[in-house]
Design a protein around this ligand. Structure first.
Ligand code: ZN
Length: 291
């Protein structure tokens, strides 16, 4: 599932092909739960409009339009935002991928999973939002960009201060890992980067949040910023379906400390990495390095 780095990588690469270009035509698939705003209404609100900025709020993207309205884009589990001129194996279905022939040079052709297509007046590359599992979402927002999903978000994990996080966690009885995943506490962190940050901070994911000291909390914040920053630099993690808008895979998965490395040696002490389940989510940690 795309987390803060993957969404930020998407934002940085989509912004240049979206911002400042007048939308000529909007094509969509049929109404479905993917569309929080009905496709017809979306078309009417977007055609002829120009996006003036592309913002990120936690794991959400919001395109602000020159009409004052906003367009909420959420990648969900398998959402992919990219331009019509890319080709990437990750944009193929599993069957097509297994029988992979050299990618067509003509770029990607919209398929049944390409739910939103924006064509621009300048005739340049179109923007596609494709989502095989349809947990992604699009919604039109008012000028205040109000949305229940955005309104409940805590501070963005890239800018949170240690004291602020400590205030939010020091009375919580639940596992620190679960608190870090709570988007109302900290926006943007998901399973991968929570495991990675807790490893670097030396804190076990199972530890009750209220047992995390002020110093450890500061270490967690530093570690979060470090792993999120590094993941943005490397283009994010392409463990499942994430593909950057230019068709490239992210590379953070190649330097993971613990996430999804169950049984493999810890990179620092060689103890096998352990996996357990906390609140229905898997957690990976080194039993030696994390207390
Ligand atoms: Zn270790």
């Amino acid at each position: 599932m795309p987390e803060l780095p993957e969404v930020e990588v998407t934002r940085r690469r989509i912004a240049p092909v979206l911002v400042g270009r007048r939308i000529a035509q909007v094509k969509t698939t049929r109404p479905s739960y993917f569309f929080l705003t009905p496709p017809g209404k979306l078309r009417a609100a977007l055609e002829g409009k120009t996006s003036v900025e592309l913002l990120r709020r936690g794991k959400y993207l919001v395109a602000r339009l020159d009409s004052g309205a906003g367009l909420l884009l959420h990648l969900g589990m398998t959402g992919q935002l990219f331009t019509s001129d890319v080709h990437s194996p990750r944009l193929l279905s599993k069957t097509a991928r297994s029988a992979l022939t050299p990618p067509e040079q003509s770029g990607f052709r919209p398929d049944a999973h390409t739910h939103l297509m924006l064509d621009f007046e300048d005739g340049g590359p179109s923007l596609y939002f494709r989502d095989v599992r349809k947990f992604g979402k699009v919604r039109l927002l008012d000028a205040k960009l109000t949305d229940p999903r955005l309104d409940r978000l805590g501070t963005d994990a890239l800018v949170v201060e240690p004291a602020e996080l400590f205030e939010l966690i020091h009375q919580r009885k639940v596992a620190i890992k679960s608190v870090l995943l709570d988007q109302a506490v900290l926006a943007g962190v998901g399973n991968i980067y929570a495991d990675e940050a807790l490893y670097l901070a030396g804190v076990r994911p199972t530890r009750a949040a209220r047992r995390v000291t002020r110093d450890e909390c500061a270490a967690i914040v530093r570690a979060l910023k470090r792993v999120l920053g590094r993941a943005i630099e490397t283009g994010g993690s392409s463990i499942s379906d994430f593909v950057a808008p230019d068709g490239n895979d992210g590379h953070y998965q190649d330097e993971r400390w613990v996430y999804s490395r169950t049984g493999e040696p810890c990179r620092r002490c060689k103890t096998p990495v352990k996996r357990l389940v906390i609140g229905q989510r898997s957690a990976h940690f080194c039993p030696q390095c994390q207390k």
